[in-house]
Every structure is written in structure tokens, then in C-alpha cells.
Design a protein around this ligand. Structure first.
Ligand code: PLP
Length: 399
């Protein structure tokens, strides 16, 4: 079982086809990953915005090793120090309230919607407004929250309690509000939907609407959080604070973990028995997340994401000039999308052949989310590979 063809065959025989995997990976370090046949790739998927501190960061590895020899799990029937320390850190970095821990992004968003419903219950309010092309996860309620037909198709009847508006269109949000509305939930930068940042006018307008109408403003930071965009949380690019937000993906660098972080006003809505998770915030996952936060601080990864993101976008913008089919570069920090005219998958496949792993975000956007501590020469190397890939897909350079 050491050849990629053998592994792929076994995988396809016994693992449900929810994905269509391409390369086989066996090890990773920083921005690089290796397949069983010793081919090395530059990893600009980073586990889909999971490895913000890079693959197998020594400090995270050490934290996981040490904690796994001490206490992996102990149930939330008992106190554990790591979870308390992690909650304190996240609180101090953001809203100053309390946290709830779980195991994934979808689950964190479920907790956030349950929090909003519990808060609105007495007033008969339960509906959450979400946005076209958003992505909030794959549980039934989050499928209902995710306003994309490709995610919802075949799973009806969907849970009720969601209404949809258009992203970056405040008027559409006003039109969607009714006397059942309890909250507005959005990504500061839409990820799966095509790497699309919210405008400042939109974020400020949403906050104002929430204040006027007595609604909660909820941010899904599962992809754009943890330093990805050059701020610790995506909403920090705007002069607003949400009432609650969620984290997952990069939170514990690949140890499955999600979190709901609330402002003080909403920190005591959940009372014992109202919500729970067996694994949520266990000592192992919390140890990994604490190490991730240390690395982000010690290695100045917010500044790094901003600096390298600007460099990368500058490099990519050359291709907009060069190729008619390359339309736009957009994103924030190291959450970057290249908008192309045709199929983004074609470009992703060509990049992989050149030795660069990246992924799509919607049909027409190639998504790049490398580790935030990527080195400048790795960035140059990636830009060369993207150049070659675009040459291959779109033919000769245009003059
Ligand atoms: C990936 C993602 C989710 C879902 O996270 P899972 O851990 O796969 O459940 C939710 N929201 C956003 C914005 C995401 O990018």
C-alpha cells in the first residue's frame, strides 16, 4: 500500500464518493506536501485554509505529542485547563465574551443558529437571513442556510427558518427582514462562493440594520478567520463587531475543532442542558489550537499574510493583463481568488501537473489559500507554475 494507484483503488472501493480526489498525499512540512511516489507539491490548498501555520508546524506537533501522553479527552462533565485558556484567548482577541467548542464548521454554525433561536424564542423570532453563494456547511440545517442549489438539491424538505438575500446588496437584506427575523449571518469574505469580500458599506449597513431592528449579527469565520485575511478575524477589516462568530478550519491546524464565540450580551443564553458536544474543546484539540495562536503571534503571521498576499496578488494581476480569459484577482490577505472566463477546474488541474495544489471556489474562481508563513521563494515558484499552467490552458501569450 505504498503506491498512489493502489491507495486510490482501495479508497474508491471503500470510501463514499462525496469527493473526487486527485493526488495522494503522505506527508507535509510547511508549504510542501509529498505523494507516495516522492513527487513534491507546493500546497496552496493547505487543507482548504486549515494549515495557516503550515503542515506539521514543530510547535503544534509538540503540543499534540505532549498532550496525547497526558490526557487526550475527558468529557465536558469535567473542567479542563486547555479549553479555559483557549476560550480566554479567543475572547480577548475578539468580543470579550464566552465560547462554546465543537468539532467542525457546520457544527459551530449550528450552535450559532441555535443560540440566535434560543435568544429570540420568547419573541417568536427564529428566521436567519443568509446570502446567495454563501457556504455554511453540510448538516441539514446548514444546507438550508447555504443558498446554493448545488448544495441543496435532492435533500428536500429542508429545515425552515432561513431567508436569502443578495451579498453586498443592503436593499435586498432590508426586503428580507420580517417580524420572524432573528439574525443576519454572513461571511466577511465569501469562501466557497468565489472568494468575494464584503464591501465596507455592506458590513456597516448590516450592523446598523441589526441595531435598528434588534437582530443579531452573526459572522461565519470558518474560512476567513485565524489570520487568513491579514487580520485575526475577517470582520476586523471593518469598523463593526458581530454579536457572535464561528471558527473551525484553521483553529487547531487539522485536529478537528470548531468554536462559537459570543459577545458578553449573548454569552449566557445557553444554560446547562441546552447544547452540548462530546468531543468539543477536549484537551488535545485545545492544546493544538493554543499552539496555533502562539505561532500566529510569534511569527507575526497577520503582517505576513497581508504582505505576502499583496505580493501574490500583484503577481497574479500580471496574468489579467496577459490572458484574455483571466478576468480578475480578488480576496484579502492570503485568501485569494483568480476569476477566469471558463472552467476554473481546468486551471486547477494544470497547476497540479506543474506541481502546485490549489482548488476551485465556484465554477469560475481558482482559489489560493497557502500557509501564512509561506516563504518568498515559494511564492515566486508558485507564480511561475501558475504562469506555465495558464500558458498550457489558454495557449500562447497575447501581445
Ligand atoms: C468549510 C466551511 C464551513 C463548513 O466547515 P466544516 O468543518 O466542513 O463543517 C462552514 N462555513 C464556511 C465559511 C466554510 O468555509
Amino acid at each position: 500500500m505504498s503506491k498512489s494507484t493502489d491507495i486510490a483503488e482501495l479508497f474508491n472501493q471503500y470510501v463514499m464518493h462525496t469527493y473526487a480526489p486527485t493526488a495522494t498525499l503522505v506527508s507535509g512540512s510547511g508549504c510542501k506536501v509529498r505523494d507516495p511516489d516522492r513527487m513534491t507539491y507546493l500546497d496552496f490548498t493547505a487543507g482548504i485554509a486549515v494549515h495557516n501555520v503550515g503542515h506539521c508546524h514543530p510547535k503544534v506537533v509538540k503540543a499534540i505529542q505532549d498532550q496525547s501522553e497526558t490526557l487526550v479527552h475527558c468529557s465536558n462533565l469535567f473542567y479542563n485547563a486547555n479549553q479555559a485558556l483557549l476560550a480566554q484567548k479567543l475572547s480577548k482577541l475578539s468580543l470579550g465574551g464566552k465560547c462554546f467548542f465543537c468539532n467542525s464548521g457546520a457544527e459551530a454554525n449550528e450552535a450559532m443558529v441555535k443560540l440566535a433561536r434560543a435568544w429570540g424564542h420568547e419573541k417568536g423570532k427564529y428566521e436567519v437571513i443568509t446570502f446567495q453563494n454563501c457556504f455554511h456547511g453540510r448538516t441539514l440545517a446548514m444546507v438550508s442556510a447555504t443558498a446554493q442549489t448545488k448544495v441543496q438539491k435532492g435533500f428536500d424538505p429542508l429545515p425552515i427558518g432561513f431567508a436569502y438575500a443578495e451579498y453586498n446588496n443592503l436593499e435586498s437584506v432590508k426586503a428580507a427582514i420580517n417580524d420572524k427575523t432573528v439574525a443576519i449571518m454572513l461571511e466577511a469574505v465569501q469562501g466557497e462562493g468565489g472568494v468575494l469580500p464584503a464591501t465596507e458599506e455592506f458590513m456597516v449597513g448590516i450592523r446598523k440594520l441589526c441595531d435598528e431592528k434588534g437582530l443579531m449579527m452573526l459572522c461565519d469565520e470558518v474560512q476567513c478567520g485565524m489570520g487568513r485575511t491579514g487580520k485575526m478575524f475577517g470582520w476586523q477589516h471593518y469598523p463593526v463587531k458581530p454579536d457572535a462568530f464561528t471558527l473551525a478550519k484553521a483553529l487547531a491546524s487539522g485536529v478537528p475543532m470548531g468554536a462559537l464565540v459570543a459577545s458578553p450580551a449573548f454569552s449566557d443564553v445557553f444554560q446547562p442542558g441546552m447544547h452540548a458536544s462530546t468531543f468539543g474543546g477536549n484537551p488535545l484539540a485545545s492544546a493544538a489550537a493554543l499552539a496555533v495562536l502562539d505561532v500566529i503571534e510569534e511569527e507575526h503571521l497577520l503582517e505576513q499574510a497581508e504582505k505576502m498576499g499583496a505580493l501574490f496578488m500583484e503577481g497574479l494581476n500580471q496574468f489579467v493583463d496577459k490572458f484574455e480569459q483571466v478576468l480578475e484577482v480578488r480576496g484579502k490577505g492570503l485568501m485569494v481568488g483568480l476569476v477566469v472566463e471558463g472552467s476554473a477546474k481546468e486551471v486547477v488541474d494544470a497547476c497540479r501537473e506543474m506541481g502546485l495544489l490549489c482548488c476551485v471556489a465556484g465554477q469560475h474562481v481558482v482559489r489560493f489559500v497557502p500557509p501564512l508563513n509561506i516563504k518568498e521563494d515559494e511564492m515566486e515558484e508558485a507564480l511561475d507554475m501558475i504562469s506555465d499552467a495558464l500558458d498550457q490552458v489558454y495557449g500562447e501569450e497575447e501581445e
